[in-house]
Design a protein around this ligand. Structure first.
Ligand SMILES: [Zn+2]
Length: 129
């Protein structure tokens, strides 16, 4: 089951670096590198905290992260254009950007149905991380 359907659950164990022991209390872990909701939550936190330096540091951190991008077929967020490609010859949606999963799915479908190979996934920019 993906994280997108699981709801709230006890996913991570938090270890206090000073004691090496599991921290007491309840925590919520955010991963802004890949999660736009985490970025929104961090910006809200930065604005709400009374620790001015922490707020500045969080805003600087979030704004320094690579821009997220989204697959126009499955609506999945990806890390950036290194994980997206332009549409293939059988689905020329102008300006659309497709993730590797959608590309591989379409590749199998067109191989099976039409005997045509749309080729390898080629990222828009650079090499996939
Ligand atoms: Zn996709």
């Amino acid at each position: 089951m993906s994280d997108q359907t699981k709801g709230l659950y006890n996913k991570y164990q938090i270890i206090n670096r000073e004691t090496g022991q599991e921290a007491d209390g309840q925590f919520f872990v955010l991963k802004p590198a890949t999660d736009p909701a985490a970025r929104a939550a961090l910006v809200t936190y930065a604005e709400a905290t009374s620790n001015e330096q922490l707020g500045i540091d969080i805003l600087n951190w979030v704004s320094s992260l690579p821009k997220l991008a989204k697959c126009d077929w499955c609506d999945t967020d990806v890390k950036g254009e290194t994980e997206l490609t332009h549409p293939h010859m059988f689905d020329m949606a102008i300006g659309g950007r497709m993730c590797r999963n959608c590309w591989e799915h379409d590749r199998e479908v067109y191989k099976g149905s039409y005997g045509e190979d749309i080729g390898e996934f080629k990222p828009i920019k650079g090499v996939q991380a």
